[in-house]
Design a protein around this ligand. Structure first.
Ligand code: HEM
Length: 421
């Protein structure tokens, strides 16, 4: 499709630059090269599961330093308390995202509270129901995975982050949305620019505008002539006589990039890291593919791609004995909740054989991740294909210092692997 908003990129290296920026600056810009935040989170959880954050201390300022007016921030770090907050949207509102993501993304489902959230969610959920996933999921995902593996399968070595986990979910989303193939490169670049909003805010705002124009054209085209894709599903979805408006559809499509692509690229990297650094577990899953769903779930529990989500108190409320004033922001520590020793034995250990229990990585309550089944399906197909096509897959023993890093977002920067070919 040759659309005005979609000028072709001049060179593929722009994408490489975007990947580099996203993988390095985003993590470092937010909180330094944090390797393992979990000991500190465990310490805080033991001291005070609910705690007011001293922003001056966090920013390294003296106690009498002037700060611009900003809401109090409280952290919540145990499984049960995080769950309780997420299940009470009347007291703990998602409108907090208006001041952050909303500035770039516009009004998305993520920041809606009941009762508005429900109608919107019921409509978009139609496009994500299991029947739909079965229809377009496996083909779109399988083709993407195999195309990516084709690019390095004969080589005997690869960096699975740059060459596989990073491009994989954006390509899947392009296919699922039904984007014409000639637009993919530009879409990929705009996606990277949009999700690296902490690296370059202005650039992210421009990318967001360009995506709006692009999606609007596609929405018009699918309304006129529906096809078998997600955009067609969204324009046709109807419940109790209500349909989604364009002003609801394009922010939703844009949200799929940070919500669906960034999370899945990081979670797939974390799973591969967990397996590659535990060769006995890698061997077990490879030999018994029925273990794959457990391995996926355990990796998402152990190293969630996103460590914190937010809410805002709509009234004065007491949580675990702590008085939280109305208007305070709440940082919900999903990573800390997932390693709560009251719920998991040896929570810091990656163990695919542990009994599955619900974790907090996909959240809970009305905003519980809409794409979790898609994400699991993507990862399952990816892992099966890597096992089928890369015999004796293993971490490159000469690779230096491979590790997961980041504070807000966590994943490995690279995964250098060897395999037989
Ligand atoms: C491992 C991968 C994923 C993780 C860890 C994850 C995590 C989350 C979390 C924590 C939320 C709730 C945020 C909040 O309430 O503050 C959420 C919501 C959401 N996720 Fe995911 N997600 C993943 C994959 C996906 C995928 C693949 C898609 C779609 C392509 C997706 C689409 C969404 C949407 C649309 C919402 C908003 C739902 C609502 O507000 O009602 N996610 N996700």
């Amino acid at each position: 499709m040759d659309t005005p908003g979609m000028v072709q990129p001049s060179a593929g290296h722009q994408i490489e630059d975007g990947i580099e920026a996203l993988l390095t600056d985003q993590n470092e810009g937010l909180a330094g090269d944090v390797r393992d935040p979990y000991p500190e989170l465990a310490h805080q959880r033991r001291q005070a599961p609910v705690m007011r954050v001293d922003l001056r201390a966090q920013l390294g300022m003296s106690t009498d330093a002037e700060l611009p007016p900003m809401p109090d921030v409280y952290t919540v770090l145990t499984h049960d308390l995080v769950q309780r907050v997420l299940r009470d949207p009347e007291t703990f509102s998602s409108a907090v995202y208006e001041d952050t993501m909303g500035l770039v993304m516009g009004k998305t489902i993520l920041q809606l509270d009941p009762p508005n959230h429900r109608g919107h969610r019921n409509l978009v959920a139609q496009a994500f129901r299991p029947k739909m996933l079965e229809r377009w999921g496996p083909a779109a995902i399988g083709e993407t995975v195999n195309e990516l593996i084709d690019t390095f399968a004969d080589r005997g070595h690869a960096d699975l982050v740059r060459e596989f986990t990073f491009p994989f979910p954006i390509k899947v989303i392009s296919r699922i949305l039904g984007l014409p193939e000639e637009d993919w490169l530009r879409f990929f670049r705009l996606s990277v620019e949009l999700i690296s909003l902490t690296v370059d805010f202005e650039r992210a705002v421009k990318a967001s505008e360009a995506l709006k124009g692009y999606f609007q054209e596609l929405i018009d085209m699918r309304r006129a002539e529906p096809r078998e894709d997600l955009i067609s599903e969204l324009v046709q979805a109807e419940l109790d006589g209500r349909k989604l408006t364009d002003d609801e559809i394009y922010p939703f499509l844009r949200l799929l990039l940070p919500a669906g692509a960034e999370t899945t690229f990081r979670s797939t990297g974390n799973l591969l890291y967990g397996l590659l650094t535990n060769p006995d577990q890698l061997h077990a899953v490879r030999e018994d593919r029925a273990l794959i769903p457990r391995a996926i779930e355990e990796a998402i529990r152990w190293e969630p791609p996103l460590l914190f989500i937010q809410r805002r108190a709509t009234r004065d409320v007491e949580l675990d004995g702590v008085e939280i004033p109305a208007g305070s922001n709440i940082a919900l520590g999903m990573g800390a909740a997932n390693r709560d020793p009251d719920r998991w034995t040896d929570p810091d250990v990656f163990d695919i054989h542990r009994s599955p229990q619900q974790h907090m990585s996909f959240a809970d309550g009305p905003h519980m991740c809409l794409g979790m089944h898609l994400s699991r399906l993507e990862t399952r197909i990816a892992l099966n294909a890597l096992f089928d096509r890369l015999p004796n897959l293993r971490l490159d023993p000469d690779a230096e210092d491979v590790h997961i890093h980041g504070f807000m977002f966590r994943s490995p920067m690279s995964l250098p692997v060897l395999f037989d070919n």
